[in-house]
Design a binder for this molecule. Structure first.
Ligand code: SF4
Ligand code: MG
Length: 338
């Protein structure tokens, strides 16, 4: 059998009034059972869009999708809406940054957790309620027997996020896509939510795709990492490899923006200067070139004329024209000592 989730040459295009947005281009990755893939990039890099396409949650009226996506051998891109609906919640589930938007203000937390469970298993109301209490306990909500009857506004932000995780996991999905699930939370709660996901994964063997703009958030949970820029993968490797030897100037920027919790001196964070490019008219050559401080090191105009392919360099995949020797010396002399 192939990998649990396999995405091949995924391409997502939106029709807009201003033209065609090339949101995702030639995206390829695998995810094994029980593993976590981190997808890192700024907003507009295509990380959410590609995962909505995997879940079949894109708008078919203005979106075209090409390539292939298989989950446990099942072709998702050509599955019927009916099949996808069955799979969502049951075999695959998603959590988002904004729990308030995902939860209805009009129903109790318990009812919202119980609903997908009752729908997919045919459980009774009473069984659904018991399951909701059990799920609230699993995600660390104190006094779940009483909190089950609360409405979302009676929960704190961190507790709502936990409730949304409970709702997503209530049917024991095999794939969980977490899209910036901690971004709206303070740092302590962020770490708690990441720990919670890790624990739940260990209990149930769920495969996780964790989408974030902050490499630091996923360093403890991701086995592999995919760095996206302007709708393309620019780096892909194990978390360990990317942390210790990123081979891309954008990856170096992400590394330099991780807060050093254990640093003995205060090292200032280095955000990546500039803004992400428009996907209506992406820059020619390497899409990162308008923001790249290393492009002068590449002979000729290659960074603006020729798109670098994703290829093996120093142990993992990256897309940059710098030579392996150049990358290694920049990494060891400038990036890692920061
Ligand atoms: Fe920078 Fe050129 Fe590498 Fe792109 S290909 S990241 S512009 S050095
Ligand atoms: Mg997003």
């Amino acid at each position: 059998a192939g990998p649990f989730l396999s995405v091949r040459d995924l391409q997502v295009r939106f029709r807009t009034e201003d033209g065609i947005v090339k949101a995702v281009n030639n995206l390829t990755f695998d995810l094994e059972r029980g593993k976590t893939l981190g997808i890192v990039g700024e907003s507009g890099s295509g990380k959410s869009v590609s995962n909505l396409a995997v879940m079949g949650l894109h708008n078919p009226r203005n979106t075209t999708i090409e390539g292939s996506v298989t989950l446990d051998g099942k072709d998702l891109l050509h599955a019927s809406q009916r099949d996808l609906e069955k799979l969502r919640g049951n075999k695959m589930a998603m959590i988002f940054q904004d729990a308030l938007a995902a939860l209805s203000p009009y129903y109790t937390i318990g009812r919202q957790i119980a609903e997908p469970f009752m729908k997919h298993t045919g459980a009774s109301k009473k069984e659904g309620r018991e399951r909701a209490i059990e799920m609230l306990r699993r995600v660390g909500i104190p006094q779940p027997q009483t909190r089950v009857d609360d409405f979302p506004h009676q929960f704190s932000g961190g507790m709502r996020q936990r409730a949304m995780i409970a709702m997503a996991l209530v049917c024991d999905p095999e794939l969980l896509i977490a899209d910036e699930p901690t971004t709206a939370l303070d740092v302590t709660v962020q770490a708690q939510i990441v720990d919670l996901l890790k624990d739940l994964q260990q209990e149930s063997g769920t495969s996780i795709i964790f989408i974030t703009h902050d490499l630091g958030v996923i360093r403890e949970i991701a086995d592999d990492v995919l760095v996206m820029y302007a709708g393309r993968a620019v780096e892909r490797g194990t978390m360990r490899e990317v942390l210790k030897s990123s081979q891309h100037p954008y990856g170096w920027g992400l590394l330099s923006s991780i807060p050093r919790i254990n640093a003995s001196v205060d090292i200032p964070l280095m955000p990546i200067p500039g803004t992400p490019p428009s996907l209506l008219n992406p820059p020619s050559g390497c899409a990162f070139n308008p923001r790249c401080t290393y492009k002068e090191l590449v002979p000729g105009d290659r960074c603006v004329t020729e798109r670098p392919p994703l290829e093996m360099a120093n142990g993992h995949l990256s897309a940059c024209h710098l030579t392996a020797e150049q990358k290694q010396s920049i990494l060891t002399e400038q990036i890692l000592p920061r």
